[in-house]
Structures are given as C-alpha cells and as structure tokens.
Write a new protein. Structure first.
Length: 165
C-alpha cells in the first residue's frame, strides 16, 4: 500500500463518499433489523460539577427499576467519565444532548469458558450511577443502548423527603 498523507486519505474518502451507495459500500437496513433507535450522537463535552446526583438503579430478571436518587457534595468538582456501557443516562435540553453517563450493571455479562460473554439468567443486581447536578436540561432518560428502549426519569430528581432536587 502506498503511503498517503492524512490530507490525501481524507480527500479520497470525501471523493468516494457520494459513490458509496452505488458501489455497495453502505449497508442498508433490512426488514429483519430490530426497530430501535440506537443513538449515534457523539458524547457532549463532559460536565464538571461539585454536586452530583447518585441514581440508584436495579436490574432484575430483564427489567430496570429506578429506586431513587440522592444528592451528594464531592470534595472537589468531578467530571463525568467517558466510558463504554450498554446503558446510559442521557440529559437533553429541548432535544439537544447535554450529558451522557454510560454504565453497565454489575455481573450482567460474564466471560464464559470459550472466551465469549454470557448473560446470567434471572440476574438481580444494583448500581449507583453518578450524574452531574446541573441546572441545565429538561428531560432525563435511561437508555438501553442494546435494545434502544428508553425510560423517562424525573429531572431534576425528587429528593427522598419529596422536595425538588
């Protein structure tokens, strides 16, 4: 392969892009594809807040439960980490993604003896997910990125005493 500069490779890519459908370089959706909306929106710039929400979430035999949220004050401002995960908390403001915190439920997928991953049937597990206590946003959703399923969560969360966060 000839060594092309980054600029040259970028130019070739941009030239080939309009021809991709005709050349069969683009996969088309089939009727058998699952009807879910997996977000392809890039993660926004992570928020940094000293005050954080901890969302208490439970996975039980394939169902997700929101058990509540509590506000905590960190010793110093904390930036939302960017990690991979099947699930995410996504905060939007008028449809614009403000923050995304990805995570996995502990023990959900474990390595098997063949080097693959297996799901544990009947698993019941729980996690606390840190999320910045920002004043921005009007809609918070818990997203299963594998199935596209979304659950609305209260934003801002309600404190255990019933008061607003």
């Amino acid at each position: 392969m000839l060594p092309f500069s980054l600029a040259m490779r970028r130019s070739l890519f941009l030239l080939a892009l309009p021809l991709a459908p005709a050349l069969g370089l683009v996969a088309t959706a089939s009727v058998a594809d699952p009807p879910h909306d997996v977000s392809v929106v890039r993660d926004p710039t992570p928020l940094t807040e000293k005050t954080q929400w901890v969302f208490d979430l439970r996975w039980e035999r394939g169902d997700v439960y929101f058990l509540g949220a509590r506000k905590i004050e960190m010793p110093q401002p904390m930036t939302t980490p960017r990690v991979m995960g099947r699930f995410a908390l996504e905060l939007t403001d008028h449809g614009h993604l403000i923050e995304r915190a990805r995570f996995d439920f502990p023990g959900m997928a474990v390595p098997d003896e063949d080097g693959g991953v297996r799901m544990i049937a009947g698993l019941k597990t729980r996690i606390g997910v840190f999320f910045p206590a920002t004043s921005r946003g009007d809609k918070l959703e818990l997203v299963d990125r594998s199935t596209g399923q979304r659950w609305s969560l209260p934003w801002p969360p309600v404190l255990p005493d019933g008061g607003p966060g």
